[in-house]
Design a protein around this ligand. Structure first.
Ligand SMILES: C[S@@+](CC[C@H](N)C(=O)[O-])C[C@H]1O[C@@H](n2cnc3c(N)ncnc32)[C@H](O)[C@@H]1O
Length: 448
């Protein structure tokens, strides 16, 4: 990586122009420069992620000190200013003068010499005024306050406030800005947990036990996961504990037939295949070839033989599978409001009207899902969102289907998650309140 700031600038512009999703653009650059200096790669990643996750706060600050509003600026100048302000406000180890100078140099290098003075002026003013910035007052307008302070669009803040207390809403939006955990899910079929931990430590990775499940391992100080020998040997998959919990609640037993209707890139399907210990079968489906290829890459890496992939639109009923499955997992496409800390694009790209469309798509998928569960079998419904219309309402609809009843999941949960709703068959995990992504899991059984 010749210049991490220039690489970050390219990513920020691509994302701003909606030419790529940020995690993909960042991942591609890291892959391209996988042998570059570890420090440069870490700085590049922080600069991209930090600038993106704080974008609304940064834009508010730029608008205070620039005579031209952020949305009127040329894309390159906008990206440079955002990146510069991020360094000035949030990266203590970078002197403000270095942040300004490097942005000015990049403006000139990219053919914007005439605007380099403007870039310099705005950044130097922000640097001088950074202790005096006036942010919206909580007392006057709590929505604006939470939106600007935690870089969250106002409609999402309003949406959270309509479902949660002001304090819980603040905890949720704050949590999205906290340092992200990378969590590995140990694949027990491919070696012991001790062997995995030893192998990670040998490659200088800091390892800590997860909080909710024994499979979970938190890692820090790693550089490029795909280069680790334990990754190549399929000893783990990257998976948040909330997703592992969906697999755990499915409570699979050796020899079972399992259908995962929306499975790519395969996290939960692999978790369940692992628990079958080489027996039974997971049929893992997704909508497109591209998605199924992502799943297949992970299948190949873990080497599991009891999982089969297939392109299939989950809205279409497959008569051949009617009442044939011990476990059906329906991890539906959703608004993703629970994972905005990891996927920064969601909060900026999602539109309120899409929430409704998602509920009807989910309902279409759930309608076919119920048909596949054999008498005595279970249906697991999950999402990575925190929207009652996508979660509790859909779950209630499922519970009202003839022959289905909610199943108490209390005994399958770690002690501290044994909340009241678990008895009614579901749990809503909230970021900032529980130590994982925002996630919903519900379980129902078809009566014999
Ligand atoms: C939440 S993600 C699944 C994550 C996956 N279960 C895992 O643990 O890795 C939802 C998936 O639903 C897929 N999807 C969307 N519409 C679909 C449809 N009509 N039929 C099948 N899959 C669909 C998306 O491609 C996406 O991969």
């Amino acid at each position: 990586m010749q210049n991490p700031r220039e690489s970050a600038l390219d990513v920020l512009m691509k994302v701003d122009k909606k030419e790529a999703l940020s995690h993909i653009a960042i991942g591609e650059t890291l892959e391209k420069y996988q042998f570059s200096d570890k420090k440069d790669r870490a700085f590049f990643t922080r600069l991209c992620q930090g600038t993106l996750e704080r974008r609304l706060t940064i834009d508010y600050v730029i608008n205070q000190y620039s005579k031209m509003k952020v949305n009127k600026l040329k894309p390159l100048v906008r990206a440079l200013l955002r990146m510069g302000v991020y360094q000035i406000l949030y990266l203590d180890q970078i002197p403000d003068s270095a942040a300004c100078n490097e942005c000015v140099k990049l403006a000139k290098k990219r053919g914007f010499s005439k605007l380099s003075g403007f870039v310099n002026g705005v950044l130097r003013t922000v640097s001088r005024q950074k202790e005096n910035i006036v942010f919206p007052s909580r007392e006057k307008d709590v929505v604006k306050y939470l939106s600007v302070s935690y870089s969250m669009p106002e409609w999402i803040v309003r949406h959270f406030l309509s479902n949660y207390s002001e304090q819980d809403t603040e905890n949720i939006v704050r949590s999205f800005l906290e340092p992200k955990k990378t969590t590995l899910s140990w694949m027990e079929s491919n070696g012991s947990r001790e062997e995995l931990v030893d192998s990670l430590k040998r490659e200088d990775i800091t390892v800590k036990d997860g909080e909710l499940l024994p499979e979970a391992i938190y890692i820090t100080h790693y550089d490029f996961l795909k280069r680790l020998s334990s990754f190549r040997q399929g000893r783990f998959i990257v998976q948040d504990e909330s997703s592992m919990l969906a697999g755990k609640i499915a409570d699979v037993k050796e020899g079972q037939d399992i259908l995962d209707m929306c499975s790519a890139p395969g996290g939960k399907a692999l978790y369940m295949a692992d628990k079958l210990h080489g027996t039974g079968q997971v049929l893992a489906r997704d909508l497109t070839e591209y998605k199924v290829e992502l799943l297949e890459e992970n299948m190949e890496r873990t080497g599991f033989h009891n999982i089969r992939s297939q392109v299939w639109d989950a809205r279409i009923l497959d008569e051949d599978l009617r009442e044939s499955m011990d476990v059906v997992l329906c991890d539906v496409p959703c608004s993703g409001l629970g994972i905005m800390g990891k996927k920064h694009d969601i909060k900026y790209n999602l539109e309120e009207k899409v929430l409704k469309e998602l509920v009807s798509l989910q309902r279409e998928i759930l309608k076919t899902a119920v048909a596949y569960v054999k008498p005595g079998g279970v249906l697991i419904f999950s999402t990575c969102t925190i929207n009652p219309k996508e979660n509790e309402d859909n779950y209630r609809w499922l519970a009202a289907q003839p022959g289905f009843e909610p199943e108490d999941i209390t005994s399958l949960l770690p002690e501290y998650l044994r909340i009241e709703t678990a008895k009614e068959g579901y749990i809503q995990l909230l970021p900032g309140i529980h130590p994982c992504d925002g996630f919903f899991i519900g379980k129902l059984r078809r009566m014999k």
